[in-house]
Design a protein around this ligand. Sequence first.
Ligand code: COA
Length: 199
Amino acid sequence: MNAPAVPAPEWRLRRAGPEDAPALDELIRLSVHGLQSSHYSMAQREAALGPVFGVDHQLIADGTCFVAAAGAKLLAAGGWSRRAARFGGSAGRPDSGPAEWLDPGSAAARIRAFFVHPDWARGGLGRALLARCESEIQAAGFRSAEIVATLAGEPLYAAGGYRVTARTTIALPNGLSLPVVHMVSAWSIRPAETSARPG
Ligand SMILES: CC(C)(COP(=O)(O)OP(=O)(O)OC[C@H]1O[C@@H](n2cnc3c(N)ncnc32)[C@H](O)[C@@H]1OP(=O)(O)O)[C@@H](O)C(=O)NCCC(=O)NCCS
């Protein structure tokens, strides 16, 4: 059996805090330029960084943003939300307060903000983050989850059983647009199987 060229670092998943924001910002930039270049042009990526691909401080404040960290280094991030916003960093959102809460009984939770450092791509971090988010989503009483996925993200969610419901585009500030994929979880839970929403 061949040994991996770079030994996998010891990593663990933890909740992101406000102090992680600068490192998250850098991780997102590296991930976007390192892993999306076969799907989006440099002009699309540069325009999307910030408003579409950026740190969502609300997600961090809500305690639903996770990072895979090896010591002080962030290898990956990903989260979920019980709020209506479907995508985007705080920079792309109007300053009119947090997005409204979703009703777990009738709405799908959002999968949000998955970014893996290019050096650790295809190492299972995306899958681990998705599993952690889904476990919290189900514990919060949601019966399904949905995502507005990048073309780079589509295979991860497809591997997780998500199916495509629509292909659309997001308008970018420079007049370009970003093709994205709306996807919904294959799992769907009957009300009797859900536990009460915490807090
Ligand atoms: C999408 C992304 C988060 C995936 O993270 P990852 O840690 O590399 O994914 P994993 O290693 O956990 O992959 C799990 C499975 O998803 C599928 N998959 C993930 N990336 C894939 C790719 N580039 N091509 C084909 N299949 C892929 C595979 O089935 C994979 O299982 P396998 O490696 O055993 O074959 C990562 O590519 C990324 O950060 N991309 C840039 C930012 C971005 O677009 N994020 C998505 C926002 S919606």
